[in-house]
Structure formats: C-alpha cells, structure tokens
Design a protein around this ligand. Structure first.
Ligand code: URA
Length: 199
C-alpha cells in the first residue's frame, strides 16, 4: 500500500475515533489518543491506555513513562518520528484504573486496523495488557503467560486476513522503570533485540 493510501485510511480511523461512543470512556474524553508516528514505521509500540497527560494532549507517551520510552529509543539510536505509537485503549480509564474487558473489545478493532495498514516489521507490546491482547489475537499459544516470562522473546506471526507478517516482541511497560533501575536495564537489553531485528 502506498503512503497516500495509508494516510487516507489512518485519517479515516482518526475521524471515527474522535466521534466514537462505543464504550463509556468517551464521557470523560478531552482528546482521544489515536496514535502517533510514521505511517510506514518498521516498529509499532503498543501501550496500555492514555494517562492524564496523554488524555489532555492526545499525544501517546508524553508523561513520565514517555520520558523513559524516549530514553530507551535513544539508547539504540531510534528516533520517535521513525516509529508508530498507539495503545490498547484510545481513552483514559478514570482514575487510572485498568482497562475493562468491554472497553478492550470496543476499542481494539481500531488498533487492529492501524496495525494492518501500517504493516510494521515489529510489534513491540508494552506491558501485560497489550502483550496478552496482541499475542492472543495472533494465535500465540503462550499469550496468557506473565510479561516476565515473555519479555525479550520474538514471536513470528502472520495475519490470516491479509498475509502480513509481524514479529511480536513483548517488553516491560516503561512505567515500571520509572522507579526501578533493574527494570530499566532489562528494557535497555530488550530494545537492543528490537534494533538487531531491524538489521
Ligand atoms: N501509558 C501507556 O500505556 N500509554 C500511554 O500513552 C501513556 C502511558
């Protein structure tokens, strides 16, 4: 698919998300966090849900977890503009509670369309929620294992609907490294796996 076609389809998703009322989260929406980055990205990062800063600005990972993500990208020489960043949910669950199953069911069809359009080489899932959802969606039998067992591994999958091939690489969520340097070291190691796989 060429760039113009991708831009057009991704813009159509953005407009649908802005008007979306498929779950109750729209009631407290200021701006949805639709996703941001390069429409031809080789790496797509998928987080959990917008935090307070993200829900005000519409920009994914612009708060404290975002600073860690920027640090990790810089550690392997990848620019934020090169990648695409989205979340399982496009709106913030009130009080930072965890995403509810009905919210995940309502919201993730947008994400799956974004993945199919962008067609990245690597899907890097950040934390338990996105890892479980994405591995399960693409039929990986180990999808329900904990993130500590899955992180840093590579899962090659193919989407039966369009034959796109992806390598899923689960990672710890960057928020866990805000106060824990050992997690930051693990994340840095795992970002090297992403960098290596791009070569
Ligand atoms: N945490 C997430 O999972 N996503 C964001 O966009 C911000 C914080």
């Amino acid at each position: 698919m060429d760039q113009t076609q991708k831009d057009k389809l991704l813009l159509a998703i953005k407009e649908e998300v802005i008007a979306c009322q498929k779950c109750g989260l729209y009631k407290s929406r200021v701006l949805p966090v639709v996703g941001q980055g390069n429409h031809d990205a080789q790496v797509m990062f998928i987080g959990e849900a917008p935090g307070a800063n993200e829900a005000k600005t519409g920009v994914p990972f612009c708060g404290s977890a975002g600073k860690i993500l920027d640090q990790l990208l810089a550690s392997v020489g990848i620019k934020r503009e090169e990648v695409y960043i989205a979340n399982i949910l496009k709106d913030r669950p009130p009080g930072n509670r965890e995403p509810a199953p009905d919210e995940i069911a309502a919201c993730t069809p947008y994400l799956l369309r974004q993945i199919a359009i962008i067609n990245p080489k690597i899907i890097a899932t950040l934390g338990n929620y996105s890892t479980h959802f994405i591995l399960d969606k693409f039929g990986v039998p180990e999808s329900q294992k904990g993130i500590s067992q899955l992180r840093g591994r590579k899962f090659a999958v193919q989407d039966p609907q369009n034959q796109n091939s992806y390598t899923i690489i689960p990672l710890f969520h960057p928020a866990v490294a805000v106060y824990d340097n050992s997690k930051l070291d693990t994340l840095k190691q795992d970002f090297k796996i992403i960098k290596e796989h791009l070569k």
